[in-house]
Design a protein around this ligand. Structure first.
Ligand SMILES: [Zn+2]
Length: 186
């Protein structure tokens, strides 16, 4: 069960972690560190609520796509960031959404401890539920610091995940999206 975010608990745990590292939490450089880390995690775990304002669709029936949406998330296995870009597309039915909201959905769905597959699925799911489009497609490409700075140290390796729903599952919309979203690949 998820508990509410406990900022004081994070502060105390960070201090305990510094001690476990063999550090002196009272030395000048570290004195404010538990506080800074607790504030960072509060921001990370408790994002502002998302206002997903939609509008009547005035007959648009082509794909609406936003590419290169920058995002960052924290990997739940290592607590390290993964950073990259998302491409989000949908084909509207009765409603459309303000373009900035697509980027906001990506940020909203990246909060907390994540894996890339889940972020991808959450974005698709959110848009499907709140916009009821004919189809939604999400592609996420990210570099994981847990792969870059530890373990295999494969800096620069990118992981791509996608979630295609509705009319994007097959047929021309799928091909069109994959050609477009895959364009940024090297
Ligand atoms: Zn990881």
């Amino acid at each position: 069960m998820r508990q509410p975010f406990d900022e004081e608990g994070v502060r105390a745990a960070t201090r305990a972690l510094l001690l476990a590292f063999g550090e002196d939490p009272e030395r000048e450089g570290l004195r404010e560190t538990p506080d800074r880390i607790a504030r960072f995690y509060r921001e990370w775990f408790c994002p502002e609520p998302l206002k997903f304002t939609t509008f009547d669709n005035e007959g648009h029936d082509e794909m609406i796509v936003q590419e290169g949406i920058p995002f960052a998330a924290l990997c739940e296995h290592h607590g390290l960031p993964f950073v990259g870009q998302a491409t989000v597309a949908y084909i509207p039915d009765r409603r459309i959404v303000g373009l900035s909201k697509l980027a906001r959905v990506v940020h909203h769905c990246s909060a907390g401890l994540q894996n890339q597959e889940r972020v991808t699925g959450r974005v698709a799911c959110y848009i499907e539920e709140h916009l009821r489009p004919k189809g939604v497609a999400v592609m996420v490409r990210a570099e994981h610091l847990c792969m870059a700075i530890r373990g295999v140290r494969a800096a620069g390796a990118a992981t791509t995940t996608s979630d295609l729903r509705g009319v994007f599952r097959d047929g021309p919309a799928r091909a069109e999206f994959l050609a477009l979203a895959g364009r940024g690949r090297r």
